[in-house]
Write a protein that binds this ligand. Structure first.
Ligand code: SAM
Ligand code: SF4
Length: 327
């Protein structure tokens, strides 16, 4: 369905847990966050019911995220059941990749269409410094990426670019796509959560650095996924390089997505809390028709755009971390 600004909303990101097996310093504090209790988190049947209602309103793609979605037991069953919903064309997962190798076969068998793997460094020690868990995390993630490629799964590697942290690794990270049919995407750090890593690095700067090594980048006109990334294909590359320029190139006018948090809050924009709690309705005995109406009314309230850059100037930031929102 269309929102109040005429944008077609066909993509729902569902956070299935706020728990995580890593503690990436830009996302979660070392000691973790106050996690939701078991009963606060939507049960699978509640998620499925909401996905069916969303599909009836034109949602075609669902991405499972978190926290870390692969720590939730039975995630492959959820993938299978969401895939079976009439109108749902694609089911994707965003993961830190630690548990992916061991779950990949079950996920593929369940019908997973796409996977986004987060990876910010190719240096073992730095990986541990960033993630603060899993000393062997890097090799697990790299192995998982190769397994995804072997299985022909649509695979993207997401890199959050950070000054003084991984700004000496962009060429090497982009190089992952040289011989692999994957997309490596650079994401400008967004001021979400109170884990400030400083100012974002503009993606144009990263592209300049990469062009210095890999030569002129030819824009890849074909669409990979339905997101805000712009893709390039350096000469000789099997894969692609993508840029998600959340800070320097606001893509809100084409925004096609809404989010469902682990506790069942329909969040209409990454930045604002505008939205509605659907869990209360479900657990209060509301009918599908009632929930459906609330869903449709909420979509019409989706904000026009984020104002992260104003936030930066005012030194105000959304205090709910990405682990609560799902990225
Ligand atoms: N645990 C999974 C993972 O790491 O892929 C899924 C959830 S995580 C919150 C989703 C994505 O958000 C990750 O790619 C992560 O790097 C990214 N992220 C977290 N905080 C961010 C921030 N402040 N700005 C930009 N991306 C961020
Ligand atoms: Fe966990 Fe993903 Fe946040 Fe890292 S970015 S702490 S893996 S939720």
């Amino acid at each position: 369905m269309k929102d109040g600004f005429g944008r077609e909303i066909d993509y729902l990101r569902v956070s299935v847990t706020d728990r995580c097996n890593l503690r990436c310093f830009y996302c979660m504090p070392e000691e973790g966050v106050q996690t939701l209790t078991h009963s606060e988190i939507l049960r699978f049947e509640e998620i499925l019911r909401l996905c069916k209602i969303a599909a009836a309103h034109g949602i075609k793609k669902i991405r499972l995220t978190g926290g870390e979605p692969l720590v939730r037991r039975g995630i492959e069953d959820l993938v299978r059941e969401i895939k079976a919903i009439s109108g749902i064309e694609k089911v994707a997962i965003t993961t830190n990749g630690i548990l992916l190798a061991e779950k990949l076969d079950d996920l593929c068998e369940a019908g997973l269409d796409m996977v986004n793997i987060s990876l910010d460094t190719l240096d073992k020690e730095k990986f541990f410094k960033i993630a603060r868990r899993e000393p062997d995390g890097l090799s697990k993630v790299l192995a998982a990426i190769d397994m995804c490629v072997e299985r022909g799964l649509n695979t993207k590697v997401n890199v959050v670019a950070m000054q003084g942290i991984n700004d000496n690794e962009f060429v090497a990270l982009a190089g992952l796509a040289k011989d692999r049919d994957i997309s490596v995407r650079f994401i400008e750090y967004m001021p979400v959560g109170k884990n400030d890593v400083g100012k974002h690095i503009p993606n144009d700067k990263i592209r300049e650095v990469l062009e210095g090594i890999y030569g002129e980048m030819v824009p890849d006109e074909r669409i990979y996924g339905n997101g805000p990334a712009v893709y390039y294909k350096p000469k000789g590359f099997v894969g692609r390089i993508g840029f998600i320029s959340a800070m320097t190139n606001c893509f809100c006018k084409d925004c096609n997505r809404v989010r469902l948090t682990a506790e069942g809050y329909l969040k209409l924009c990454l930045q604002y809390n505008t939205g509605v709690s659907l869990r209360g309705l479900i657990r209060g005995g509301a009918s599908d028709e009632e929930i459906s109406k609330v869903f449709a009314d909420a979509i019409l309230q989706k904000p026009r755009e984020h104002t992260f850059n104003d936030y930066l100037e005012k030194k105000e930031i959304e205090d709910k971390g990405m682990s609560k929102i799902g990225g």
